[in-house]
Design a protein around this ligand. Sequence first.
Ligand code: ZN
Length: 142
Amino acid sequence: MELEELYKEIIIDHYNNPRNFGELPDANASAEGANPLCGDEIHLELLVKDGIVEDVKFHGAGCSISRASASMMTETIKGKKIEDVRKISEKFKEMLFEGKEDEELGELEAFKGVRVVPIRIKCAVLSWNVLEEALKKIDKGG
Ligand code: ZN
């Protein structure tokens, strides 16, 4: 299987079976965002304890790219330190906007192909922007 095909399959799989989809009643940080150009909406809820993302859930409606990206994002950040989460977010954006690659991104490299359709970059980056909003609230103490 070619890499491009594999990437497509990963995205379709996350779209059809989104991980960490739903609500998180004991969340202590949340944020939401939309991409009006495409109609994507993401609500994100986090449970952060001692600087670690203990649990995360998202819900909302959107296209395959935005939903798969949110699903993969939640899977990636769960159990990680906030400082590491921020680093990955930065690297993910560098890949989308500048075409940089990084081993640490792992499966997230599936979104590399989005670069050729600039309008879809906003779909891929939406959940990460929402995540950063939620993390900012934690910095301010909730
Ligand atoms: Zn979209």
